[in-house]
Design a protein around this ligand. Structure first.
Ligand code: NAD
Ligand code: WQD
Length: 339
């Protein structure tokens, strides 16, 4: 992977990481540095804090180059691409609140689809070939067969947010780029240092951040959305993937594209289905805490169960989840206490 210049000085490959100051982006920047790449962040901080960049610098001991720019701004993004000689792009920048996307779909189409359009155009203009795209298991909608494979059909998206991911994957298929769409299942946890994490300005509406908010006393209790599903304990089942494992998959995907042209889609999950009650119990046991919860009605749009078949990504990228649910729950709690 290393390249040496004429004076035999190691030239590290530069990768643009849009949304690199965000939750998954910051963890990926750490892993890119560990693998010998030079990440360059583009992030307008619309849903994160500069604290994550400082955290990455502390963890890695490296100064991070970053641009505070909007990825939907063609001129500015093109300028960065023309000035930096880069090997590829990892495109995280997007809005991610399912609930907000239902209230304001246009905001989601504009930013999520608009930013990919600009990135692809800048790549073509500057002869950059490789892109990794942050997709989501939400592209499968409510699946008929479990676990879902990469060939499972895209069913009707449950939200405008989900539609943007389906559309973006389609855009990558017809573009001349080499691409990997990584379909994340439910990312959780944080780096073991607790120096980087989810700094979203949105109010928490994902399961694990809500559990940690109950644990720290920001909320009185968590409501479990339904216990009458057709699952062993009646609560919904998801595939919770540690964010550090997830971050590592991006490095392997970038190496795949650098070494070989093509278009690929991979599921990034553990393959293990965990119910809402299982998740609460795992958090309680790991952190020796008790979580106040009650059973409430179902949440509209919730899928009963979804978890990944990880055979393809194991075969093609040599990637599989290594961290346990307990490590994820421990780090999620450390982040809540530290943030
Ligand atoms: P995040 O909000 O923490 O990170 C996204 C980053 O992009 C933020 O730092 C934000 O400031 C930045 N950003 C957004 N729009 C921008 C723009 N136009 N220009 C520049 N910067 C912009 O979210 P995350 O959880 O790290 O998610 C990263 C990606 O992964 C997103 O594309 C998201 O849809 C996808 N994803 C997330 C999850 C999840 O549960 N966290 C699951 C599946 C897929
Ligand atoms: C997990 C489980 C809830 C909160 C969303 C997006 C998806 C992806 C990941 C980006 C569900 C239950 C939750 C609560 C509960 N993101 N729950 N009480 O819905 O699987 O997926 O985030 O791509 O696209 O839709 O994640 O964390 O919201 O919920 O009982 O207060 O926890 O019903 O079963 P979800 P989640």
């Amino acid at each position: 992977m290393d390249t040496w210049d004429r004076k035999n000085i190691l030239v590290k490959k530069k990768i643009i990481v849009t949304g690199g100051a965000g939750y998954i982006g910051s963890h990926t920047v750490v892993e890119l540095i560990a693998a010998g790449f030079t990440p360059i962040i583009i992030d307008n901080l619309c849903n994160t804090s500069v604290k994550n960049i400082k955290g990455v610098e502390k963890i890695t001991g490296e100064e991070i180059k970053w641009y505070n720019r909007d990825c939907t701004n063609t001129e500015e993004i093109n300028k960065i691409f023309s000035e930096e000689k880069i090997e590829g792009v990892i495109h995280f920048a997007a809005y991610k609140s399912v609930e907000e996307s239902v209230q304001n779909p246009q905001k989601y189409y504009d930013n999520n689809i608009g930013s990919l359009e600009v990135i692809l155009e800048s790549m073509r203009e500057n002869n950059v070939k490789n892109i990794i795209f942050s997709s989501s298991c939400t592209v499968y909608g409510s699946p008929d067969i479990l676990p879902v494979t990469e060939n499972s059909p895209f069913k009707k998206a449950e939200s405008p947010y989900g539609e943007t991911k389906q559309i973006c994957e389609g855009m990558l298929k017809v573009d001349s780029c080499n691409s990997v769409s990584l379909r994340y299942f439910n990312p959780i946890g944080s780096h073991s240092s607790a120096l980087i994490g989810d700094c979203s300005s949105d109010k928490a509406n994902n399961l694990i951040p809500i559990i940690t908010e109950v644990a720290i006393g920001k909320r009185k209790k968590i409501t479990v959305f339904g216990d009458d599903y057709n699952t062993p304990d009646g609560t919904c089942i998801r595939d919770y993937i540690h964010v550090v494992d997830l971050a590592k998959s991006h490095v392997l995907a970038m190496n795949l594209l650098i070494n070989k042209e093509g278009k690929h889609d991979f599921n990034i999950g553990t393959g293990i289905g965990v119910s809402v009650i299982d998740a609460i119990k795992a958090f309680e046991k790991t952190n020796n805490l008790s979580i106040n919860y009650s059973i409430g009605p179902r949440r509209r749009g919730d899928i009963e169960q979804i978890y990944a078949n990880g055979n393809l990504v194991k075969e093609k990228l040599g990637w599989e989840a290594k961290e346990t649910l307990y490590q994820a729950m421990k780090s999620a709690w450390e982040w809540e206490k530290n943030k």
